[in-house]
Ligand binder design. Structure first.
Ligand SMILES: [Fe+2]
Length: 361
């Protein structure tokens, strides 16, 4: 998780903050007034962003979620509180605690400049994109070489098509595009480059786009229910989870969120199939692997003692959304949880926010 050097676009300065899970947060600054906007901060990034803001002397006026995130915990609540900023989501969002609900076309002022909110439904009904001269923050609508999925939380593939074609594509070719995700480490593109080569923009009419995007539903993000409780209702992720609840969560597909911190011999004796293994004494060096694990991350050891130490260490690095599995693998097995021996199998981290590739790609 390393901020890219600031880029000057028109009169604004943009710092992109890639997250190992593929999410992208942005800090947009008016260099004259030093007023700033934070977009789509992941919970793991809130400490880092607050530290950066304080070091740079920026005054953050707006903390924005482009939409209801279903794949990662938002950092907007702690950031808005710590930075004394307005918490912003589109008027159609139902996020508890949002203090500013702009509608289509409303400007968010940064000094004498402004970033304009455009309603761009499709991925979700409350989705917004932010535009300013020479730049578009597309959230989960148009990605680099891809588009967002539109099959959950009230998403609508036709609306996604309309939003991309009516809000983003009329912008000039040289407009810099900053997406809400990139799963291949890219930071930005341009509207012109996407117009020329994004396979979803080479499809014909709206019907063809809708048929292609609905043909191949990607898997749902892991742990959606817990993430929505946090991102919509504002209910924090509890610091621990019972072994019995973990059994249920794993049955629902959350094995890829289990981070097992035991020694290799213990893993080989018995482990939860599909879990990740990061041995405790390597946890700090391998923190990015924890960040890349979909939250809530379920920290597992034999009895829960090592998991507690690991959660404390990771928390000190700003990593959020950690849950200690109470009683560890011993209680997990006692609660009827399935385990396997031998080597760990492949980890399935669940779905992303991107659509599956179109048939022609
Ligand atoms: Fe999303």
């Amino acid at each position: 998780m390393h901020a890219t050097p600031p880029q000057t676009i028109g009169s604004l300065e943009v710092t992109a903050l890639p997250h190992p899970q593929g999410c992208r947060a942005y800090v947009v600054v008016d260099p004259v007034s030093q007023e700033a906007l934070v977009l789509d901060a992941h919970l793991d990034q809130s400490l880092e962003i607050a530290a950066r803001v304080s070091a740079e002397g920026w005054r953050v006026r707006w903390v924005v979620d482009s939409h209801t995130h279903a794949d990662h915990p938002s950092g907007s609540v702690p950031l808005a509180a710590q930075l004394d900023a307005m918490r912003v989501a589109h008027a159609r969002s139902k996020h508890v605690g949002v203090t500013h609900l702009p509608d289509d076309g409303e400007p968010l002022a940064l000094g004498d400049l402004a970033v304009t909110v455009r309603h761009a439904p499709g991925h979700t009904p409350d989705h917004l994109v932010l535009v300013s001269e020479g730049v578009a923050f597309s959230g989960d609508s148009l990605f680099i070489g891809s588009v967002a999925r539109a099959d959950f939380l009230g998403g609508d593939a036709g609306h996604l098509y309309d939003s991309i074609h009516e809000v983003l594509l009329p912008m000039p070719d040289e407009t810099v595009l900053y997406p809400g995700h990139d799963y291949q480490g890219r930071v930005h593109s341009t509207i012109g480059a996407e117009r020329a080569s994004n396979p979803w923009l080479q499809l014909g009419e709206r019907d063809e786009f809708v048929a292609a995007i609905t043909a191949n539903k990607p898997p749902e993000p892991a742990n959606m229910a817990a993430l929505l409780r946090l991102n919509v209702e504002g209910t924090p992720i509890p610091a621990s989870v019972s072994a019995a609840e973990t059994v249920w969560l794993v049955e629902q597909g959350a094995a890829g969120s289990v981070v097992d911190v035991r020694e290799l011999e213990e893993i080989e004796a018995a482990h939860i199939p599909g879990s990740r293994h990061i041995v405790m004494n390597e946890i700090m060096q391998r923190a990015d692997e924890v960040r890349a694990t979909p939250a809530p991350r379920l920290i597992l050891c034999a009895h829960g003692i090592r998991a507690e130490m690991v959660a404390r260490a990771l928390g000190s690095m700003g990593i959020g959304g950690l849950q200690i599995i109470r009683g560890g693998l011993v209680e997990y097995m006692a609660a009827g949880g399935e385990v396997a021996g031998g080597n760990l199998g492949a980890v399935n981290g669940g779905g992303s926010c991107a659509a599956s590739p179109p048939p022609m790609a």
